[in-house]
Structure formats: structure tokens, C-alpha cells
Design a protein. Structure first.
Length: 557
């Protein structure tokens, strides 16, 4: 008998973690989106819903390569400010899976998550037969569950973030969204979406629907033309968002709850999405149109008409200011240790992250004694070009580069919400060692101090990683700004970086008074005595989630 508890729901949900095989299926079916969406439609119907039921959700559908989650967060917060009951579906989660399904900005409660999980799960289990696929994969299941939640909880609208791509994404069973958005485009998920930004733009434009207005932010000319072609094919009116500067008439400056100049385009997209939704649903007071110049004179990308500027309402202004989106350009000051957390994982988002970090961290007042240590904590997953990402991080002048898998712990069972059955510990560690080799090579090319060759991977993985010992350290002392380390999990990496100086992350009690990582002592004194330790965590949202879980245990409650 399956118990109807949250923990049991999470454990059962994790049995659907066939993401690797699901992505392979996407690759096979990408030439025929009908097959992909027909499968999703079948699962939806088996769960007790028809595609037509989704029309009642008043959906805002958003895709893009970077910034789509932030644009969704801005949009949801603005519309919540109008007294509307909002639903918000996003991915991935950082700490708990229920973060993916939000009501009025709050993650679904454990009680409601359990209720709707078992409702959907049992219906799907009860309707399977030999002719049908057994159960939908993890992301498909959660998408179906989100639709059930939003319908039964009677939200006024649902902001739905695309998972991967657009045309073949399972969220694209949505037939009649109220409005669509496309955030900044770039290269990501190339094995699924294609290896050029034009191919990726074609995939993203797959969410456009006949007669449904869509908005995009300034894009490179060629992918923008692809979006325009996709829009024209299906009769979708596509508009280019004016820069946020256009909404800052006179001396008024719009304050954003999310840091970084790259968030301004996401906020501009959110203004258009929220205003268009309000207009199409008959709400008054949605912002006053200004007398503007003709769009062809305002737009430098004339192939797509420029959306009109307007005077944002008070609710819009406050919504932009009050938006919170953890794990994206987030700063956590913890005594002498300051954490700069951003889940950037593409070249364009890493570039934005570097600009943000340099502005936030490198412009801070230096300690009077000059003893500031800068640390990079990095991991990357999937088919991403890690060398390209790491090269972009060199201008931050890190004293230490630390690499670890996305596993929070290795010596005990991981938090079920963050379990990943698609990646083995050995594979993840091998990837980290490769990342470390890449970093050392980049440092050598940069003309940095002498760097010893890293230990061979085979030798590294001979000891049992579950012992939690340090996997890789320099064989000897070496000058500052040349040290790179690999740890078997996030917890051990954070313990070494902070040396017990983060009040939120004390060092664990050690046996016999020994340092928990005695072989890592090469940098311990510097970290123990520095007046300021600045740590940038980036490369993976899953890494960011594990770090946040350890730095703020309340997020797991």
C-alpha cells in the first residue's frame, strides 16, 4: 500500500526520472512534432483532462534560451499585484520539486503536492495497457500535474515556462494562450534543438499560435528573421519589445528586484506580456499609451514591428521592484563570506553573470589589509561547451577554482527532491576533473603562474568516493590564483571554501581534532585569515540549488 505522504510522492516521482531516455526520444521525434505532442496529449487524456480544458487557464507561454524564467517571474509578480490569483510553472527546481508549481508566487504546499501527485499518478497507472506507454517521463508528468493544480485551484491565469525548445516541448499542447513571449536566444541543448541559433530560433518559434500576439526582445538579425517567418506561417502577430529605457520617462528609473543589466530586457518583455494579457482580458488601468513615433522609425530591426511604449501602472512598477527569483543574480552576505549565486549555463548567460559579478563583487570596498580571496565554485552538465564557459570566467581573477558534482552529499542519502538517477557519481566526478584540467590549461594559456599537471582520472577514482575525502589537490604549495580543487560533493566543497567562517555553514565536528580535509590545507590558512571571501557559484542551476539548500536549511522545510 502506497502511503499518501509527500516523501512517498517524491520517491515515486523519481522513478519517472528517465530524462536521458526522454531526451533521446525527443531527438528521434523532433522531425515529427505531431508524434511528440500526440504522446503528451494521450497522457493528458488518461489523467482525466482534455486539451480543450487548458483553454480555461488564460496562459502566458514563454520560451527563450536565457532569461525566460526571470521574464516569467517578473510577469507573474506584476499580475499578482492586480489582485489576480496566479499559477506559475517553471523548471528546474532549486531545492524542492514543489517550487516548479506555484500559486500566488508560493511553491505548492506539501499537502497539495501530495494530493495532486497521487490523483494524477493513480489515474495514469489505472489507464495503462499494453498498447500505451506506461507512464510519462518526469517533466511530462509534472507538466500534466501543474495543469490539474491550476484548474482545480481556480487560478485566474497561468504563466507557463517552456522546458526545452518550444515546438516539441510538452508544454506546447497549449492551444490558445493569451500571449506568448520569447526571451534572449542563444546556443543551448544543441543535440536536441540544433547547433545554430537559427535552428534554435525555429524551435522557439514553435509556440506561436494563430491570432495570439507574441513579443520578443532584441535578437541578432538572422534568428529574428526566423522568428518572424515562424510567426507569419501561422498568422501570429509578432512584436519587438522596446528597451526598458523607453518606459523610464523623465527622471523615473524603474527599479528591478533582480540584479544585473541583462534583467532589463526580461523586465521589458514582462511589461508587454502583462499589459497584453490585461488588455485581452478586459482589465482597465493597464498603463497609458504614449503618443509615439511610428514603429518603423523607432525600431532598428524593422522586419518586426516595435511594440508601443506606455506609461507603466503603479502595479507594474511595484511588481518589477518586488520580483524575487532565487538562484539568479542572488547575493547572500554571510559574515566574512559573501556568496554570489547565478545559475548561468550558456555562453551568453555566463557573459551576463561575469558583468554582474564584477560590478557587484569587484567594486566592493577592499579590506583595509587587502586580504580578499575570490573563489569560483563551478559545475556544468549536459552537452555544454565547458571550455567556452570557463574561458569567459577568467576576467574575474579567481584565486581558487573549485569543482564538484551537483550532489549535495555523497556519504548519506541525498535529499529526494535533488536526486538524479540519470548521472552516476563516477561520471559526474570525471566531468569535474575534466573541467579542472580545462581551467588549468586556460590559466597556462593566460600566462599565469606555474601549474603542475593534474593527477590522472583513473587514479583519482580508485579510492571510494563515498568516504568523502578530497579527490584532487595540488601536489605542492603554489602561488595564489593558480589553485584548483575537485571535491566529491557540494557539502565538502563549501566546508573547504568557508573554513568554518560562514555562520550558516559551520565545520562539522572532526574526529580527534583533525581538519575534515587535511590534504586541502594548502589554501586553508589564506581562507581562514582573509578579511573577505567572495564566492561565485555558477555553471548549473542544479549546483546552485544544492548550494542554497546547504546555506539556507529553511528552504528544505
Amino acid at each position: 500500500m502506497i502511503k499518501d505522504s509527500y516523501k512517498d510522492a517524491i520517491r515515486t516521482l523519481n522513478t519517472l526520472q528517465t530524462n536521458a531516455s526522454y531526451l533521446e526520444q525527443v531527438k528521434r521525434e523532433r522531425g515529427d512534432p505531431r508524434a511528440q505532442l500526440a504522446a503528451m496529449r494521450g497522457f493528458l487524456e488518461r489523467s482525466g483532462l482534455q486539451v480543450e480544458d487548458l483553454d480555461r487557464l488564460n496562459i502566458i507561454h514563454v520560451t527563450g534560451t536565457k532569461g525566460k524564467g526571470s521574464a516569467c517571474a517578473f510577469t507573474e509578480r506584476i499580475l499578482r499585484g492586480y489582485g489576480l490569483r496566479t499559477g506559475f510553472y517553471s523548471s528546474p527546481h532549486l531545492v524542492q520539486v514543489r517550487e516548479r508549481i506555484r500559486i500566488n508566487g508560493q511553491p505548492l504546499s506539501k499537502e497539495l503536492f501530495s494530493k495532486y501527485f497521487w490523483l494524477v499518478y493513480r489515474r495514469l497507472r489505472g489507464t495503462k495497457d499494453d498498447a500505451q506507454a506506461d507512464m510519462p517521463a518526469y517533466f511530462r508528468f509534472l507538466t500534466i500535474m501543474a495543469f490539474h493544480v491550476f484548474l482545480q485551484e481556480k487560478v485566474d491565469l497561468a504563466v507557463v515556462e517552456v522546458g526545452i525548445g518550444g515546438a516539441f516541448d510538452c508544454t506546447n499542447i497549449i492551444r490558445t494562450p493569451v500571449v506568448c513571449g520569447v526571451s534572449s536566444l542563444g546556443i543551448d541543448h544543441t543535440s536536441i534543438l540544433g547547433d545554430t541559433v537559427e535552428k534554435i530560433a525555429w524551435q522557439k518559434g514553435g509556440i506561436f499560435k494563430p491570432g495570439v500576439p507574441a513579443f520578443t526582445v532584441p535578437q541578432p538579425e538572422q534568428p529574428l528573421e526566423v522568428l518572424q517567418d515562424r510567426a507569419q506561417e501561422c498568422g501570429c502577430p509578432l512584436y519587438l519589445c522596446p528597451e526598458l529605457d523607453a518606459f523610464e520617462a523623465g527622471t523615473r528609473v524603474l527599479e528591478l528586484g533582480l540584479a544585473g543589466t541583462h534583467q532589463r530586457s526580461n523586465a521589458a518583455l514582462a511589461l508587454q506580456l502583462s499589459r497584453t494579457w490585461l488588455q485581452r482580458r478586459g482589465y482597465e488601468g493597464t498603463g497609458v499609451l504614449q503618443d509615439a513615433l511610428p514603429s518603423t522609425e523607432l525600431s532598428t530591426q524593422r522586419s518586426v514591428p516595435l511594440a508601443p511604449t506606455f506609461c507603466p501602472s503603479d502595479a507594474m512598477i511595484q511588481g518589477l521592484r518586488d520580483t524575487e527569483w532565487p538562484g539568479r543574480t542572488q547575493v547572500l552576505p554571510h559574515g566574512p563570506v559573501t556568496w554570489y549565486i547565478d545559475g548561468a549555463h550558456t555562453t551568453s548567460s555566463i557573459q551576463a553573470c561575469v558583468c554582474w559579478f564584477r560590478q557587484e563583487a569587484l567594486n566592493e570596498d577592499k579590506p583595509q589589509d587587502g586580504s580578499e580571496v575570490r573563489v569560483l565554485l563551478f559545475n556544468a552538465t549536459g552537452d555544454r561547451d565547458t571550455a567556452a564557459l570557463l574561458k569567459l570566467l577568467l576576467p574575474c581573477h579567481f584565486d581558487y577554482a573549485v569543482f564538484c558534482p551537483n550532489f549535495t552529499e555523497v556519504s548519506v542519502a541525498a535529499n529526494a527532491d535533488q536526486q538524479n538517477f540519470n548521472v552516476t557519481l563516477e561520471n559526474a566526478l570525471t566531468r569535474c576533473v575534466e573541467n579542472q584540467k580545462t581551467w588549468m590549461r586556460l590559466m597556462e594559456e593566460k600566462g599565469g603562474p606555474w601549474l603542475p599537471a593534474p593527477l590522472e582520472v583513473g587514479g583519482l577514482l580508485q579510492p571510494d568516493p563515498l568516504r568523502g575525502s578530497l579527490l584532487l589537490v595540488p601536489p605542492a604549495e603554489r602561488p595564489l590564483n593558480s589553485t584548483s580543487l575537485v571535491f566529491p560533493c557540494i557539502s565538502h566543497a563549501l566546508q573547504w571554501i568557508t573554513q568554518g567562517r560562514d555562520p550558516h555553514l559551520p565545520l562539522p565536528a572532526s574526529k580527534g581534532g583533525a581538519h575534515p580535509h587535511p590534504v586541502a590545507a594548502s589554501g586553508a590558512v589564506l581562507l581562514q585569515e582573509a578579511a573577505a571571501i567572495r564566492v561565485l557559484v555558477t555553471g548549473s542551476l542544479h549546483l546552485v540549488g544544492g548550494v542554497l539548500k546547504l546555506l539556507d536549511p529553511t528552504l528544505s522545510q
